[in-house]
Each structure stands twice: as C-alpha cells, then as structure tokens.
Design a protein around this ligand. Structure first.
Ligand SMILES: Cc1cc2nc3c(=O)[nH]c(=O)nc-3n(C[C@H](O)[C@H](O)[C@H](O)COP(=O)(O)O)c2cc1C
Ligand code: SF4
Length: 550
C-alpha cells in the first residue's frame, strides 16, 4: 500500500507536494481543518484516512497544536540545565496555558532557556526581554562560540560565493567516476549517526537505471543536544548546497531536497535565501555552467517528529505519508523518494564534499585516523565554561576538547550523554579512555553519533533522566514495531513508578525488556535507547540500586 502511495505522491512531484500542502493548511490555526484535508486527499487520490493518518502523526499538524503561539524547549540540555521552569513561568505572564506548546530541542543547547515565538528561536537571557520580544517584535542575536582543534574544514570561512563555486566548475570538467574514486579515497563516513561510507551510496545510486534520482539532505537534526547541522545551515549554507550539487553530479541525480526541521525557522530562511542566490548566479537549474548537468533544489519544512530523522521515515514524510520506518531492502538508493533511486545524507557529511573534491581524497584521508578520517563537529551544552560548537580532528582526546577548548565544567558533572538520546551515557571516569572517533567510542561501549554532548550534573537524579529517555522514545516511536512501541512505554512506566510510591524495578524484567528492544526493533530508535540505560546500570549501580528490588 505505501508503495502505491509513494507512486501517487510522485505524480505531483516535489513542487506542490502533499506534505507541504498540509503544512500550509495548518498555518493559520495550527492544524488543517477537515475540509482542507478532504480536498487534499481528493487531489492526491490518497484517501481521507491516509491524510488524517499523516496529520495525526506530527506534533505541529495534529489537532492538539491548534492555537499554540509560543513553544517551550523540552530538550535534554535545557532540562538538565534547569532553566525551563523560569521560561514557562515568564511565558505564562503573557500567554494563557492553551497558547503554550512544547518543542523538542531548538538547538540552543549552548545557551539554554530556549523558547520559540513567531517563527524565531530565543535562548539565554532572552526570556528577561520577553516584553520587548512579544510587544515590539524584538529580534536578538545568538552568541556562537566556535573553535577548532586541527585543520579547519567545516568552520573555515569560504569567502566570496562565486569563487567558492570554482570547485563545482572544476569538478564539472571531470567525470563523475573519477570524482567518486576521489571520494572513496577520502574515507568519508556519514556524520548522521551510522558512519556509513558516503562514496558507496553515491556509487550505488549512480548504477541504478532511470532519469530521475534524488539527493536528500537529512537536516532533521532531532537529537536533543545537537546543533552542528544548524551551524552549517546558518553559518556555512553554501558548503551544504555545493556539497549537494556535487553529490548530484556524482550520483547522476537531478533533484536535491533539503528536509529541515520546523524547529529551525532561521535555517529554513537562510537555506532558501542561499538557493535564490544560486538561481541568480545560474549555478542551479538546467545545464549548469553550459554542461549536461541539471539540478534543482527544494526545501521542505518538517512538522515535528523525531523519527523523520531516520532516512526511510523521512522519505515517507516527504511523500505525505505517516512517517513510519520502512523495511530494507529495498534500500533508498534502489527505491527511495517516490520509488526512485535516492541518496540520503546528513548535512555535515554533504558539507565535507567541496573540501574533499577541491583538495583531493588523499589530503582528506590524511586528517584524523585511519578509519575515521576528517574532522567532526561537536555541540557542547551550557554546562561547560565555554559552551559552543567545536570542529575537532578525528582522534583528538575527548579530555582535550573538554579541558583545553571548553574550559572544563561550570558545575560538578557526573556523566556526559554523547551522540543524542540513543548515544552512550559516558561517566566522567571514562573520559580519559575516549578519543573523538567512531571506533574508539564503539570499542568502549559508547557511540559517537552526532557528537553532541549533554552534561548530567552530579545533583541531577539519574533515574529521572532514564525516565526522560524512555518518555522521549515512547513519544517519538513511529509505532511500526511492538518492541519499541510497547517497550518504550513499559520502560517509561517502570522509571516513573520507581520514583513515586513503593514500586521497585524488577532487574530481570528490565533486562528482558532492554534485550527485546535491542534485538527486536526495526530501527535504531527502539534498538538504540537500551544503550544509555545499560551504561547507566553499569556505571551508576550505587545511585540506581535503591530503585530496584533487592
Ligand atoms: C531514530 C533515528 C533518528 C535519526 N536522526 C537523524 C538525524 O536527525 N539526522 C541525520 O542525518 N541522520 C539521522 N539518522 C540516521 C539516518 O537514518 C541516516 O543514517 C543518515 O541520514 C544517513 O546520512 P549519513 O550517511 O550522511 O550519515 C537517524 C536514525 C534513526 C534511527
Ligand atoms: S523501532 Fe520504533 S521507531 Fe523504529 S520502526 Fe520500530 S516502532 Fe518505529
């Protein structure tokens, strides 16, 4: 059925797609009215039930979103920083409760105290200027602290845009095959979490038959604590766009989709502006620079669902279906968006391409370690003395990042949650064993993931943090498989009850639950959340034991 829906959605193409139309229909009140949904169901031959199903999937489309005017960030970093009670109280002075909603991570983890109003994000001390923000439309400037250890690739300024695109000009004089070899030599692995070699995916897509192929940029950056993709989109938008153009040339794709989370309105505006700039400069469209290569961009604003970061759920989302994870094979490179060959890559992965194809694969491979080449952006939250965005050569000791660059912790911290909610919970005692690269993290039983760092202060109860992780998973589960759909809720109930009343967790039951989720889940949401829970049980036995049966 969903394959047929992909075809039906594809009939109308990207320009006027169902998902975007639903977003437009929701703009005024926060949710599309039934008549609009029925009209869209007719226009796309989708069936009303399917359209209702889609609308009810997303935080910012479903009826509960009606009338919301302001949103409080409920992401992990703002939560552990303890800033959000004040934010809620202050917002309550200006808005009735039914106008206040929640958003999961605005990517302002370095400043905390984050909230969203009128298509803009605020953080830090902005809440003390709420009067001006609400009454006078005051816009504030975010303070970025950006630094580097090792070579500067992603944070390096690229100067004049025309000149920067000389890389594309030069690459269009070479064959895609020779450029693919260059990319292979670079060893670039995906930065979206799984660390999959990029050249392999582009090559696989290139080999598929067909004239229509897609490069989809995964800019859903849903991991609470991560803001590195947002940094690239807002500060280095042309690194991403040139990366997509080059990926298109290598894979034989004609269309690029940038799927950006709605929680990042500034990123959406900046990327759209940069695409307009490219149109003016005739660096997109038909026969770019007089060659056979044609490429068009489309920006799609997401509607609030963490699972849309999973690549197959993301494709269903663009098609206007419920964003449920798909079974693989077929892989997206075989049957992706609208059933056409598609490469899905993360923002940071794509933004590396201009450097690699300009400097050569060998030059890139010489940076970092043998199995994790290049640099990695790290997002450091407000518990550091110098929170911010760091570009770190792969292989750099984690302790060096924390002590030398970030200036250590602002308050005593017991653990670091690295790589998002599905990443490992690293006790501070393990910091000396870790270097920033995929393999060392995996060897030590953690996950580099997006390399975002959310600190757990010594005073923060671990049991409430585990409750938060299970609640997050239960809320974000796409519901396709039982181990995740039921398991996340059961896990949440256990953690919640253990803190209130006389309930004690049965260790064997929890172990069974974690094993079932890990082994039986279709994707890394249900399959991944056991990792931080197991880390917590291993390293914080003493703190957690009062919540367990003796
Ligand atoms: C639950 C879940 C959430 C994910 N969220 C993101 C995300 O926000 N951004 C991202 O690039 N990849 C995310 N991924 C990974 C993607 O499925 C996919 O591996 C990635 O976009 C591929 O790009 P890369 O090879 O450049 O890393 C997520 C995966 C899962 C299972
Ligand atoms: S693990 Fe969870 S999110 Fe992933 S497919 Fe199963 S239900 Fe959906």
């Amino acid at each position: 059925m969903s394959k047929n829906l992909s075809e039906l959605s594809g009939r109308k193409g990207l320009e006027k797609n169902l998902f975007e139309e639903l977003g437009i229909a929701a703009r005024e009140t926060g949710t599309p009215d039934p008549e609009a949904m029925e009209n869209l169901a007719d226009a796309f031959l989708f069936g009303t039930a399917n359209v209702y199903g889609t609308v009810s999937f997303y935080d910012f489309l479903r009826p509960e979103n009606r009338g919301k005017k302001v949103y409080v960030c409920n992401g992990s970093a703002c939560m552990t920083a303890g800033t959000q009670d004040k934010v809620k109280a202050k917002l309550g002075e200006h808005f009735p409760p039914y106008e206040i909603g929640e958003m999961c991570c605005l990517g302002r983890c370095h400043e905390n105290g984050a909230f969203h109003f009128n298509q803009r994000n605020y953080s830090g001390s902005d809440i003390d200027r709420l009067d001006h923000i609400v009454r006078d439309g005051m816009v504030t400037a975010e303070q970025w602290h950006v630094d580097t250890i090792g070579p500067q690739i992603l944070t390096a300024p690229y100067g004049d845009v025309e000149t920067y695109y000389n890389t594309l000009r030069q690459c269009l004089q070479r064959t895609p095959e020779s450029l693919l070899e260059e990319l292979k030599a670079s060893g670039l692995r995906g930065r979206g979490g799984a660390g999959f070699p990029m050249a392999f995916k582009l090559g696989a897509c290139r080999q598929e038959k067909g004239n229509i192929k897609f490069i989809v940029c995964n800019a859903d950056e849903g991991d609470p604590g991560a803001f590195s993709d947002r940094y690239i989109m807002e500060q280095r938008p042309h690194a991403l766009l040139q990366g997509m153009l080059l990926a298109g040339y290598l894979a034989g794709a004609t269309h690029g989709v940038v799927y950006i989370r709605a929680e990042y309105p500034e990123s959406i505006a900046i990327i759209q502006e940069a695409i307009e700039d490219l149109k003016q400069k005739k660096l997109v469209g038909q026969n770019i620079l007089g060659t056979d290569f044609s490429f068009e961009f489309k920006v799609i604003a997401a509607q609030g669902a963490y699972i849309c970061g999973e690549e197959t759920a993301l494709l269903s989302s663009i098609e206007g279906q419920r964003a449920e994870v798909r079974v693989r094979p077929p892989y997206p490179t075989q049957k992706g968006l609208f059933n056409k060959p598609t490469v899905v890559n993360n923002v940071e992965t794509l933004a590396n391409l201009p450097y690699i194809l300009q400097q050569g694969g060998a030059a890139y491979a010489a940076i970092g370690t043998a199995k994790s080449s290049g640099t990695k952006l790290m997002s450091l939250d407000g518990h550091f003395n110098r929170p911010g965005l760091y570009e770190v050569e792969m292989g750099t000791p984690l302790g060096q990042v924390i002590d030398e660059m970030a200036g250590g912790f602002r308050i005593p911290v017991k653990a670091l949650h690295i790589g998002g909610p599905l990443g490992g919970l690293v006790p501070v005692s393990a910091i000396p064993r870790l270097t920033v690269d995929f393999d060392t993290f995996a060897k030590e039983g953690f996950l580099l993931g997006h390399a975002s760092v959310v600190c757990l202060p010594e005073t923060y109860p671990l049991i409430s943090y585990l409750e938060h992780l299970f609640r997050f998973t239960a809320h974000e589960s796409c519901g396709k498989c039982f181990p995740c759909r039921l398991g996340s809720t059961r896990g949440y109930e256990m953690m919640e009850k253990a803190q209130h009343g006389r309930y004690k967790i049965d260790r064997e039951l929890l172990t069974d639950l974690l094993e079932t989720m890990e082994k039986g889940s279709l994707c890394a949401l249900g399959g991944g959340v056991p990792l931080p829970v197991k880390n917590a049980l291993q390293y914080f036995e003493k703190e957690l034991s009062p919540f367990f049966k003796a």
